[in-house]
Design a protein around this ligand. Sequence first.
Ligand SMILES: O=C(O)CCC(=O)C(=O)O
Length: 341
Amino acid sequence: MSDSIKFGVVGFSKNQFDKKAAYQILEGLFLQIKAKHSKRIVEIVSGYTNSGVPKIAYELAEKFGFKTVGFSAKQALKVKSGLFPVNEVIMHGEYFGDESEAFVNYIDGLIRVGGGPQSRKECEMFKALHATNSLVSRIKEFEIDWYGEKPIQNVNVVIKGLRLVEDFITKETQQALIDQIDQGVWLSELKRRVQHYGYKYDYRARAINESMKVAPLPDWVNPIIEKMLVGGVFPTAPDQMIINEYQPGQGIAAHVDCVPCFGEQIISLSLGSTAVMEFKGLKTNQKITKLLTPGSLLVMEGDARYNWQHGIPPRKSDLINGKRKQRSRRLSLTFRKVILG
Ligand SMILES: O=C(O)CCC(=O)C(=O)O
């Protein structure tokens, strides 16, 4: 028997989680480890950082007299939260994730407390490595509450009637549309700038009628409408279009598009920056996020149109697949068919 045993601890690396729960889980497990391995050197191996679950693991490890090992890629040296003064540092690779394979090979057991994609991926790698080797006693996974921004993983959660057609238009077409749009007249009545075509929509009254007729949809948008009709996205051509401009930090409040004002399809074409759209089920309270890539077409009908709110949180950056991405200017063209009362 080797005189040391190594337990990896992975989990949330930022601080917006239920720390009390994480502390209690780790304290309970460390008590068991201490009792079972009293004659061995116990190493607690976690991300080389001074925040999140690793910090709690290291603090508790010191309390229990365990050795602390920081295992990370070099990127850890640049993180603002600093570095826990661990007993030993092991570095593998440049960027977060590069160290995962070496990490799972180094440890004898693994504990996950919450955590994002990297923590979960490491658990899967560890399970694959020990598939035939008393796995149950080697890995312990716990879910705890996360209070921060939810990581976007573009999971295929099915909202009936929601479709995202990626690359509906090319980069060149996107730029051509942006150039046309910027020749139009922007309205500054909201926090974000907008252009209304076909009918002006009254956001306060949530109403539309004949008197709100404005300039028709411009000719330059016809090829897009034809493509939507050919693709069967719309049964008949839309007669209303709102262009939204989102500068970093701007968003749109969660809403269901006015039911008596507009028909069954609400369709939004994205230009410029990627955006994270949040959906909330009115009946289920379920929350789902969808990544709207530039050039994609979002189609909402049926359940998605009537039973889910959609909105874009006003932020300057988004957490996408574990990486923070700064937003830039985004434009969206939302097409609807007006129902006149
Ligand atoms: O920007 C978008 O993609 C959505 C716009 C929207 O929801 C709206 O104009 O009502």
